[in-house]
Design a protein around this ligand. Structure first.
Ligand code: IMP
Ligand code: MG
Length: 194
């Protein structure tokens, strides 16, 4: 579907300059499509991870996705523990700084656990790769990776997601938790800034 809307009113409230609030958002995946993809991921995940597991979401971008995913998993009788960690890499631009670091603590008691690591976007792959390494160092048993949006053409490090919501080309996506300079996270759909 291809509808274009400016972010003003939807994402642009709060005193931004007119230029900033008029960045057009091309809608890529609407609420119904996202709900269908989230529901479809549940049997894939359940099959691959049959036992008890921990979801580790990367903040802030994965917060909406994790919220929907865990409720869909619940409907299928799965009840993972839920944790979040925060990595920083992006400043307020669209390009990654290339440096990824953990801000704050890793959750306790991950040793020996099966973990589903969840992020909003797999872009260069550095964030998920770094998070996976941290979890390995913590003694995680097995680690699977789930990315809501995968951009394989942008990869800079070896990283393949086990579960993917949507695959896109070299687009800068926003909405459904995903931001540009801390804006657009609230949008119920996923769009692209062009
Ligand atoms: P990576 O480390 O380069 O794979 O980037 C992953 C992180 O960068 C994600 O967690 C996002 O926060 C951010 N990011 C990458 N691509 C996009 C995008 O298209 N829109 C918004 N954030 C993005
Ligand atoms: Mg992120």
């Amino acid at each position: 579907m291809a509808s274009k809307t400016t972010a003003s009113g939807e994402a642009g409230a709060g005193g931004q300059s007119p230029a900033e609030s008029e960045v057009p958002v091309s809608k890529l995946f609407d609420e119904a499509e996202i709900a269908r993809r989230v529901a479809a991921l549940v049997p894939e995940i359940s099959k691959a991870i049959p036992g008890d597991f921990v979801i580790v979401g990367l903040l802030k971008g994965a917060f909406v996705f994790v919220a929907d995913l865990v409720r869909a998993l619940h409907a299928a009788g799965r009840h993972p523990r839920i944790e979040f960690i925060t990595l920083s890499s992006y400043g307020h631009g669209r390009e990654s700084s290339g440096q990824v670091r953990l801000t704050g603590e890793l959750p306790a008691e991950l040793a020996g656990r099966d973990i589903l690591l969840v992020d909003d976007v797999a872009d260069t792959g550095r964030s998920l790769s770094h998070a996976r390494e941290l979890l390995r160092e913590r003694g995680a048993a097995r680690i699977w990776i789930c990315a809501l949006v995968d951009k394989p053409s942008r990869r800079q490090v070896q990283l393949s997601a086990d579960f993917v919501g949507f695959t896109v080309g070299d687009r800068f996506v926003v909405g459904y938790g995903i931001d540009y300079a801390e804006r657009y996270r609230h949008l119920p759909y996923i769009g692209a800034l062009d």
